[in-house]
Design a protein around this ligand. Sequence first.
Ligand code: GAF
Length: 397
Amino acid sequence: LFCPMASSFPNVSELVARARRLYRQVFGEEAPQVAVCAPGRVNLIGEHTDYNQGFVLPMALPLVTVVVGSQTSGQDVSVVTAAEDAGGPLRADFSLPSDGSPLSPGLPSWANYVKGVIQHYRAPPVPGFRAAIASSVPLGGGLSSSASLEVAFYTFLQQLKPDDGDKVSKALACQQAEHTHAGVPCGIMDQFVSVLGREGHALLIDCRSLEATFVPLADPGLVILITNSNVKHSLTGSEYPTRRRQCEEAASILGKASLRDTTMKDLEEARDRLDAVTYQRARHVIEEIERTVQAVETLKRGAYAEFGKLMVESHNSLRDLYEVSCKELDELVSAAMEVEGVFGSRMTGGGFGGCTVTLMQAHAVDRTILHIKERYSGTPTFYVTTPSEGARALSLP
Ligand code: GAF
């Protein structure tokens, strides 16, 4: 859909061209041998449920991270990133340990995603290489720029030295990289959808069995609008592990392995054994898992208004019970919901800033953008998106 009001973003071939230029400029050698890309994601519903072994419903975005590069003969790695958002280009050089000792995280911190992926790659040892990165996923914008970088690098390493090619294990290895090298105890959603995303489909992920069901989502009358609040509150880092701990505590008090195994009836019966905050957190998770299951069912029937209602309920629960929203995200959701033709809107991702996702009739998109711009106290960025393909190798010209 052509929408002059939304931001335009470079397509994959433009990003490959940018990365190739950067590669040549920095390494001054012949063209790179390999090119790959991996997408960012937006989550439609099922928030903060993945690390509770629940359901999530994300889709892969046309916003992607591209890596181009070549294997080298030694043990050295050099990576350069265009990183326009961060005043790039930025370069990192390090050596791969020859004695099998771990590749520890260090500085610059952005290179830890690369190091983490090397550390958890399933066909060690990894050869030395040179690579250049170009990305259209906004950094730190809640659209999984980090997962797309991890998955892109894993895909890059697969071209240099193939592993067994199991996609779920690939997502799990990239999640491990995030845990050990970025220090974020994230769930599996972001890496999973970046690996397994499919054009024209959302992905229902059962985060307990790690089974994925592809849910068709390619209605030309429908638009999925992402609005970046362009704020990032510093709470994100500390609050995410706290939420995860609170959920584990609730499950343990209830005598369950995870909140996935818990019903609202169990929770109500145990109410006097939980403090008020732990109760709220658990209630959000239990109800959000149920909402996600219902949302898939509404989507299959094309009942977008019902889907939209569940999105708003999800947002309100994240705001009031889970307390991971912020005034900017609340403003964006309220503004979107005032426009005729909008089915639903909610914050997406970890929270405390980042983006909202809004489902609407295609004809409402321009007036929705105008209305949000008018009502929002900050400066938003808009992306009109469609469900896109997961990570893949690209052919070079
Ligand atoms: C972040 C995490 F990385 C995901 O695993 C997920 O928990 C999400 O926050 C909240 O749903 O994106």
